[in-house]
Design a protein around this ligand. Structure first.
Ligand SMILES: [Zn+2]
Length: 107
């Protein structure tokens, strides 16, 4: 991003990003096309939505923030989360079934 000056006070600006905190760690804030749509498995559905990482410029003099949605991100594996959850549940159920069969086996 080209060097810019603050639109409020013409002071120097520095590039950064807004932090999102998620269950699995820290993320860069992301702009999504359209309005939020609830999802049972992932809280919000991202399917079919263009996603762009947000880069934010901060004025070193007055602190004014100006954000830009950068180039679109490639499709992420978040769409696979429901399958991963289902696979994990299937694995746990299989282990419990094997444990029950071993416990009931004649000795
Ligand atoms: Zn400023």
């Amino acid at each position: 991003m080209a060097q810019r000056s603050c639109p409020k006070c013409t002071g120097p600006v520095e590039e950064g990003f807004i932090l999102d905190v998620a269950q699995r760690g820290y993320l860069q804030a992301t702009w999504l096309q359209g309005s939020p749509e609830p999802s049972f498995w992932t809280s919000l559905t991202l399917k079919g939505k263009t996603r762009r990482p947000i880069v934010t410029l901060r004025c070193s003099r007055c602190g004014y923030l100006e954000s830009y949605a950068q180039d679109a991100l490639p499709a992420r594996t978040l769409a696979w989360r429901p399958l991963l959850i289902a696979g994990f549940i299937f694995l746990i159920a299989s282990l419990l079934a094997v444990a029950l069969l071993v416990q009931r086996a004649p000795r």
